[in-house]
Design a binder for this molecule. Structure first.
Ligand SMILES: Cc1cc2nc3c(=O)[nH]c(=O)nc-3n(C[C@H](O)[C@H](O)[C@H](O)COP(=O)(O)O)c2cc1C
Length: 386
């Protein structure tokens, strides 16, 4: 069986030094203009012992913004800011992919150019979900997502072009690859959901090839710009975050997508197995249906690339046990990475884990709860020896 601390060759193109992935996590520490900065470079550099870092999600355009203070990749200043991040991670011998998305209906006019309506697969609003935006008094906070405007067919092709530019931006900024965010109820996921996507053009309807056309066109663009070994896709089948309706065709769609991604040779599929039990990702409806081993085995049969599994892994044992099933190749870890920059070393040596304060997840408090967690070997051992 594979050892989680052993290197892994991602599609033969990129060698990862171990099988841990730092999961993408939005932390809202950008500078004005949604520009990544030195503080962010320090944060990611501290965590470079992960086999692979997937960044917090970045916007492909001003119209894709659903949360204030998220980074973008569409201006020169943003690309230069990201260059600080990639240089620092590479200086620490890490590997880093940029996660990219369009939020679709998960937005609010106060964040969008000219106060325009969010862009939707249909006019169906995410009725029970919030975005981080400006209220009527201009104050930032969590408020209900706005009512979307249904995208015209030609606009969808244009968005594929915008993704394509973002892939070039990622290359320019020095990333080793990109992860396309097809999970968690954002635009790509909205297209794939058969209950939500009631469109009648070539991007909608009952056939999986139509509902997944948007994703596949984006993947094709990414493969053209970066090569297949530098492209991953994140998926959250069964996820109900962001008011996603239950989808009776979810398994059929998942298997179709994996088969198509396999044909395109993409490096990995990143499956979000279990969303957060507390906080902003509601998993109440998630209990009955999830990705079990039987479904994973079917995914495995469809997809020859790497499979990343994410959600709820908090220790070396559970991560290794997941690898030992032989159904997945890499284990992604989110929240434990916040307070443990040296998570891999802590797992390896059996050192205790530090706890983060969720109140600092999305603040503008700079380094507090962000880059101020020391590595155990620097702090813990010094304390232990007195
Ligand atoms: C603070 C925070 C921010 C997150 N931001 C993103 C994001 O930008 N993109 C994404 O795909 N998932 C995001 N997630 C979800 C995580 O990637 C992961 O799927 C989730 O935390 C479950 O993994 P865990 O149990 O190891 O924390 C975020 C989670 C947290 C806690």
């Amino acid at each position: 069986m594979a050892d989680i601390f052993e290197p892994y060759a991602l599609d033969g193109a990129i060698s990862l030094k171990n099988r841990f992935v730092m999961a993408p996590m939005t932390r809202t520490r950008t500078s004005d203009g949604d520009v990544p900065n030195r503080l962010m470079a320090c944060y990611y550099g501290q965590r470079a012992s992960a086999g692979l870092i997937v960044t917090e999600v970045a916007n492909i355009a001003p119209s894709s913004k659903g949360y204030a203070m998220m980074p973008g990749i569409y201006t020169e200043a943003q690309r230069q800011g990201w260059r600080l991040v990639t240089d620092e991670v590479h200086r620490n011998r890490g590997t880093i992919f940029l996660q990219l998305m369009h939020v679709g209906r998960m937005a609010h006019p106060s964040l969008l150019p000219n106060g325009q309506a969010p862009l939707g697969v249909t006019e169906q609003r995410a009725e029970n979900s919030d975005v981080f935006a400006h209220d009527a008094d201009g104050k930032l906070g969590f408020i209900r997502a706005g009512t979307p405007r249904r995208l015209e067919t030609e606009e969808i092709s244009a968005l594929v072009g915008t993704f394509s530019e973002a892939f070039c931006g990622a290359r320019e900024a020095g990333f080793d690859g990109v992860e396309i965010h097809g999970a968690n109820g954002y635009l790509i996921d909205q297209f794939m959901n058969s209950a939500l996507n009631t469109r009648t053009d070539r991007y909608g309807g009952g056939r999986p090839e139509d509902r997944t056309r948007f994703l596949m066109e984006i993947v094709d663009a990414a493969v053209r710009k970066l090569g297949p070994g530098r492209v991953g896709v994140r998926l959250s089948p069964f996820g109900r975050f962001n008011s996603m309706p239950a989808d009776p065709l979810v398994e059929e769609t998942l298997l179709y997508v994996c088969e198509q991604l396999g044909r395109r040779g993409v490096a990995y599929v990143h499956l979000v197995y279990q969303l957060m039990p507390e906080g902003n990702m509601d998993s109440a409806e998630f209990k009955d249906r999830h990705i079990d081993h039987a479904l994973l085995a079917r995914v495995r049969a469809m997809f020859p690339g790497a499979i990343i599994w994410c959600g709820g892994f908090s220790g070396r044992k559970s991560a290794q046990a997941a690898l030992d099933t032989g159904l997945v190749d890499l284990i992604a870890i989110g929240r434990p990475y916040i307070a443990n920059p040296d998570l891999v070393e802590r797992f390896k040596h059996g050192w205790p884990l530090a706890e983060a304060d969720p109140a600092t997840y999305y603040t503008r408090n700079g380094e507090v709860g962000y880059t101020d967690f020391p590595a155990y070997s620097a702090a813990g051992l010094a304390n232990a020896t007195g």
